[in-house]
Design a protein around this ligand. Structure first.
Ligand SMILES: [Zn+2]
Length: 323
């Protein structure tokens, strides 16, 4: 999950990747196409929907589709080459791309970054303190660093995904005024679908008899808020970092005390630890897919289909009636 190729990266930077790749391509490309590079899989899906039908726009995904959230991701030489030849970079924002900044500028100082979280209000603050302060004081975590700030997983809420899509269209319209109308039209049509999907979640789970859940990492906070569900615990406080044995015991205790109804794991992380905790607590486990990752060449309706499967899972596990 974590690629640390800093040595390679600095070597590549020193050799200046931007210049050579640009020259090589300008000869074979008759017209300057707009190359849009998306940082994550969901950004890629949304940008593809917005730019659909616009000739001359090339949408590419930077990190592998199957990888998932790029928390603490380090850019690879391949990434740097993609950045060097891109015109626009579509970012999740809110600290998801900690690699944004200097490396990006060095590889391509003309790159225009669209932060898709811009203007989205009512953000959920990631707690810098764990639920159990006592535990944390007794055994502070040395490795890694805690991600205080706003929760960056807007994309896992269809309602907020509609905002992301609108931001992508507005950003692209500024860069490519000729395509502005199409971007806005595409975005409106797609955002309508997402808003409708968000409404389905909210209405189907409104009266769910069970409302307390445990998730693997903080990816479903916005979706849970949309549906009125309460996330009582998160297994991986640091994304991708499994809890220690004593943290697991504490989790089991606190989840038992919270009367959580179910544990939800994600395809992007191994579920072994979460399954063990759920078994100890005695609650069911099911998979919810935040669409943080997915297949190469995902179908245009991949996000909606995956989210509808999530909704069916939530209804089944939490015992809600479909209206
Ligand atoms: Zn994440």
């Amino acid at each position: 999950m974590r690629l640390l190729m800093i040595g390679l990266l600095s070597g590549l930077l020193a050799s200046g990747p931007a210049a050579c790749s640009r020259h090589a391509e300008s000869a074979s490309q008759p017209k300057a196409a707009i190359r849009v590079l998306c940082s994550t899989f969901p950004m890629y899906l949304f940008t593809r929907a917005v730019t659909q039908g616009q000739a001359g726009v090339q949408v590419e995904l930077m990190i592998p589709a199957g990888m998932g959230c790029p928390h603490e991701y380090a850019l690879t030489p391949q990434d740097m080459q993609k950045i060097a030849s891109a015109n626009v970079f579509i970012a999740n924002g809110l600290g998801m791309e900690e690699f944004l900044g200097e490396p990006l500028k060095k590889a391509n100082d003309k790159l225009i970054v669209i932060d898709t979280s811009e203007g989205v209000g009512d953000l959920i603050v990631l707690s810098p303190e764990p639920q159990d302060e006592h535990k944390r004081q007794a055994a502070p975590k040395e490795e890694g660093h805690h991600h205080a700030g706003s929760n960056p997983h807007l994309f896992a809420s269809p309602k907020l995904a509609a905002r992301i899509v609108a931001n992508i269209a507005a950003g692209l319209a500024r860069i490519d005024p000729a395509g502005a109308e199409l971007y806005r039209r595409n975005a409106q049509a797609y955002a309508d679908k997402l808003t409708q999907l968000g409404a389905e979640f909210a209405s189907a789970l409104k009266d769910a008899p069970k409302r307390k859940i445990v998730t693997e990492h903080a990816v479903f906070d916005y979706l849970a808020r949309d549906c009125g569900l309460e996330i009582v615990a998160v297994v991986e406080e640091e994304p991708g970092q499994e809890p220690s044995a004593s943290e697991m015991l504490d989790l089991v205790k606190s989840i038992k005390a919270s009367a959580a109804a179910a544990m939800f794991t994600e395809p992007q992380y191994p579920a072994k630890v979460s399954r063990t905790i759920a078994r100890e607590v005695g609650i069911p486990v099911a998979v919810l897919d935040p669409v943080a990752n997915g297949p190469d060449n995902a179908a245009p309706d991949y996000y909606e289909k995956t989210m509808r499967a999530n909704l069916a899972t939530l209804i089944q596990v939490l015992g809600s009636k479909v209206k």
